[in-house]
Design a protein around this ligand. Structure first.
Ligand SMILES: *Cc1c(COP(=O)(O)O)cnc(C)c1O
Length: 437
């Protein structure tokens, strides 16, 4: 039952104010909650985070399944990360000169992702994919890239084609403002469809610089690679003389210390990271085979630069985060907590008689409840979901103290701060929500 005391008065006022300044009142579209039936009331505005919770301006507390869209895998404000940021802030927030923090974080990254023989730090996931694609083009001397329908690789021109969540949420397959000539160099095929990959490569012989993929998709909701799909991509890329780019901005450090490439035992040519890597501060990385990365300036002809790249605050936060996170037992705990949450969701659905209308895709601590019967293998399947039902589900969870991603096409994330107390809240909220949808 909704709590009588639930109110978002202050958030509504803050939203009104923000709408006068920012398009849609936000600085990234999905934050507006438009796709869950809340166009007028808008989102809550956050006062602070604490462990597994977010607290909004009205003092409501929510178990947080978004975690800043992935980075907060330890929960909010982990002591050592806060301390590391403070310590570095007192020394200086940015220098535009190298620090050894960068090398230390790079070494940590290479230890879990050996495919990153050489790498560059940047300030976001979008930057990482945009530069990885440029490097692939520079290295191969080819211009086309192949991506998968519903995979999101950031908000830049080359990859804003059939890009999942953000675009899907708002019903525009592509963005206005992307030149047709740029989009023409981006081929798209369905996820989990190797025949389509081979056909596209055959039809564009000697033209495809790289295949870029979210090895486990999070941006159409969670989509799971079928056995052999990722291996098949590697073989198809190799046969075509194209590079394989794993975009692990979401999956890196989440599915295993070394991300999906560790979990599925694949060694891509190039890798992109972000999100967890910066421990909540703006950070990304791209890297891969040495001979490829040696093409990057000042060693080679591919230009890439960034005023705040390798920012010391982000490096310090990333180091402190990975220091705590990268232990086997943490991934065991994430899996256990996530399996319990999945079971609670199914129980709630069953009690409400909604089970036959649902499908849950989960890999470790990322999952999606699709409001449709399964299986959900690709973007076309995901987009057949009942998004109105998802919207009601989201709103009911919210009133009962649980914050899910505000879109059917986003993955929910479990974090290490969630324990028995939070599971109880989730179980109760799930029962109420499935009964209401
Ligand atoms: C979030 C995300 C990006 C973009 O990262 P930003 O830091 O938002 O620019 C790219 N690829 C994937 C797979 C992502 O999930």
């Amino acid at each position: 039952m909704p709590k009588a005391s639930f109110s978002m008065t202050r958030s509504r006022k803050a939203y009104e104010d923000a709408r006068a300044v920012f398009p849609g009142g936000v600085n990234s579209p999905v934050r507006s909650w438009r796709s869950v039936g809340l166009i007028e009331s808008g989102p809550f505005f956050v006062l602070r985070g604490k462990g597994p919770y977010l607290i909004d301006l009205d003092g409501n507390r929510y178990v947080d399944f978004v975690g800043s869209w992935g980075p907060q895998i330890l929960g909010h404000c982990p002591g050592p990360v806060v301390a590391a940021i403070k310590k570095q802030a007192a020394r200086g927030a940015s220098f535009g000169c190298p620090t050894d923090l960068e090398t230390r974080l790079a070494r940590k990254l290479q230890k879990v992702m050996p495919a990153m023989e050489m790498l560059r730090f940047v300030s976001s996931g979008s930057e990482a994919t945009s530069h990885a694609i440029r490097v692939a083009r520079g290295f191969t001397g080819r211009e086309k890239i192949l991506k998968f329908e519903g995979c999101y690789h950031g908000a830049h021109d080359a990859v804003l084609v059939k890009a999942g969540s953000g675009a899907a949420t708002f019903g525009v397959p592509d963005s206005a403002g992307v030149p047709a000539a740029v989009a023409a160099n981006t081929l798209t095929v369905p996820f989990n469809d190797l025949d389509a990959v081979r056909a596209a490569l055959n039809a564009n012989k000697q033209e495809v610089a790289a295949l870029i993929v979210e090895p486990v998709v999070g941006n159409s909701g969670t989509l799971i690679p079928e056995p052999g799909f990722l291996e098949g991509l590697g073989l198809a890329a190799k046969a075509a003389g194209a590079l394989l780019i794993f975009d692990e901005v979401m999956t890196g450090f989440r599915l295993a210390p070394g991300g999906a490439q560790e979990k599925y035992g694949i060694r891509p040519d190039l890798v992109t990271c972000g999100k967890i890597l910066g421990g909540g501060l703006p950070c990304g990385a791209y890297g891969g085979r040495k001979e490829i990365m040696q093409q990057v300036a000042p060693l080679g002809p591919v230009y890439q630069a960034g005023t705040l790249s390798g920012n010391p605050l982000a490096m310090a936060a990333g180091l402190a985060t990975l220091e705590i996170l990268l232990k086997k037992e943490n991934y065991k705990k994430l899996e256990e907590t996530s399996a319990q949450i999945e079971a609670l969701l199914w129980e709630g659905a069953e009690a409400a008689g909604k089970k036959p209308k649902l499908s849950i895709n989960r890999v470790g601590s990322m999952f999606t409840v699709f409001f449709r019967t399964g299986p959900v293998r690709n973007f076309a399947d995901a987009s057949g979901s009942d998004t109105a039902a998802f919207g009601r589900f989201f709103q009911s969870l919210l009133r009962n103290g649980v914050y899910f991603p505000p879109s059917q096409y986003e993955a929910a994330f479990v974090n290490l701060a969630m324990g028995p107390k939070e599971l109880k809240i989730v179980g109760k909220a799930a029962r109420a929500a499935f009964a209401e949808v």
